[in-house]
Design a protein around this ligand. Structure first.
Ligand code: FDA
Length: 388
């Protein structure tokens, strides 16, 4: 069988590319259904883009690489596409856009766009062999109980990263990249909860509190969630992409910065109130209990300015050293991937082998939490589709 373009992976990037790559497209995926990560994303409502998407929201060895695709297929282009399919949405927080309905609407949209473009989709299909010669690519594909040979002029690799192996994530993109002379940067679980030695926060499990979480490289102000195994919540997921084993993170439990002034004011009007009772009006009570052994004893009136200032400084710089992360089992994305050195940022085409493309999460471009990773899938998939 001969096709113009074979796309490996019917996820966000692969389906987007299939809708824009012109005639003669075949998409294959080993899963039972396309877009499984879209389906479960955003708590079932898919945080499909972010209003403020820009290159600064992405990590890569080459921070400039994502600029071209992101600027040519923007968040507004995807929002327009939703409008054409009558899909309504809302902004939750920080520019994060979610479907009003279920995330299946986005999968249906992509399937409709693929059908409009005449793209074929083979599910539960696996790649048994791949080679290249002067007639193009030759793929051996196991599908519906038979092995078929598919010849393709263009090959697009859109099989994503390593996150959530249970959902079918594999390292196929990296293997293909190496096969054709590309380098792959170090890959790590990212947007992932951080773990601490057994029991460290189990008494606090379930507590969420706003915080600024920082390391030497960056900081994020969002909610932190204490869990049986450690720390989670958006601020922790964000910093996890910048964290390395052995490093400390610092939690500022008073990110708005009003605590010291509030305590001094209360000392005037309610001096007999116990300090920890007062603190529990600003922070979750169970967290205050946990921290209490390290806090000054007594009433507000007993505390000098210096004591209050020192205590608040401690709450604003709580140094913690995670033991590890939850790993690919729960990581939302994979940091790193196919090196951008070997790819055109305009077309996502290989510099080593013409007509070979890598898109989406397989590439060393990783977004923050908040819709950025899907926007990269749409933009990079579109860019490759246009080039084909
Ligand atoms: P994606 O992983 O979507 O697709 C790859 C496809 O390739 C899959 O269909 C897979 O089955 C297939 N495949 C893999 N190996 C194969 C092989 N060997 N043979 C055949 N097929 C193979 N992002 C965001 O912006 N907003 C959000 O709300 C969320 N939420 C979210 C929740 C959860 C739980 C996760 C795990 C991830 C998110 N993300 C997210 C991240 C987002 O899902 C991710 O960045 C994109 O799906 C990446 O799109 P790709 O198309 O590159 O890979």
């Amino acid at each position: 069988m001969q096709v113009n373009t074979l796309i490996l992976g019917a996820g966000a990037a692969g389906m987007m590319c299939a809708a824009h790559a012109g005639p003669g497209v075949l998409v294959l995926d080993h899963a039972k259904a396309p877009g499984e990560k879209i389906r479960i994303s955003g708590g079932g409502r898919c945080n499909f883009t972010n209003l403020y998407t820009g290159p600064e929201n992405f990590l890569s060895e080459n921070p400039h690489f994502c600029k071209s695709a992101l600027s040519r297929y923007t968040q507004w282009d995807f929002i327009d596409l939703l409008a054409r399919h009558d899909i309504t949405w809302h902004e939750k927080t920080l520019g994060q856009l979610f479907c009003d309905g279920r995330s299946g609407q986005i999968i249906a949209l992509l399937r409709a766009e693929m059908a409009r473009a005449g793209a074929d989709l083979w599910l539960q299909a696996s790649l048994a062999g791949l080679s290249h010669d002067d007639q193009g690519f030759r793929a051996e594909i196991d599908h519906e109980g038979a092995r078929r040979t598919v010849r393709a002029r263009n090959l697009v690799v859109a099989t994503g990263g390593r996150s959530i192996p249970k959902m079918g994530a594999t390292g196929l993109a990296y293997d293909i990249a190496r096969q054709f002379g590309h380098s792959v940067t170090e890959t790590r679980p990212a947007l992932v909860p951080l773990t601490f030695p057994e029991g460290r926060f189990s008494a606090l499990s379930g507590i969420a509190t706003p915080a600024r979480v920082a390391n030497e490289r960056t900081s994020f102000e969002e909610a932190v969630l204490f869990t049986h195994r450690g720390l989670s919540g958006p601020a922790i997921l964000q910093i996890s992409s910048y964290w390395r084993e052995g490093e400390e993170i610092t939690l500022d439990l008073d990110p708005a910065g009003g605590l010291l002034a509030a305590l001094r004011e209360q000392r005037q009007s309610a001096g007999r109130r116990n300090l920890t009772t007062e603190l529990a009006r600003h922070l979750p009570a169970r967290l205050v209990d946990h921290l209490a052994p390290g806090l000054p004893a007594g009433n507000l009136a007993d505390q000098s300015d210096a004591t209050l200032a020192e205590m608040v400084a401690g709450l604003r710089a709580w140094h913690l050293r995670p033991g590890g992360s939850e790993g690919y089992r729960t990581a939302e994305v994979t940091l790193g991937g196919v090196s951008t050195d070997g790819l055109s940022s305009r077309s996502m085409m290989s510099r080593h082998l013409p007509r070979l493309y890598f898109i989406g999460e397989s590439v060393d471009v990783t977004g923050w939490l908040g819709g950025y990773n899907f926007q990269w899938a749409w933009s990079s998939g579109w860019a490759a589709g246009q080039a084909i």
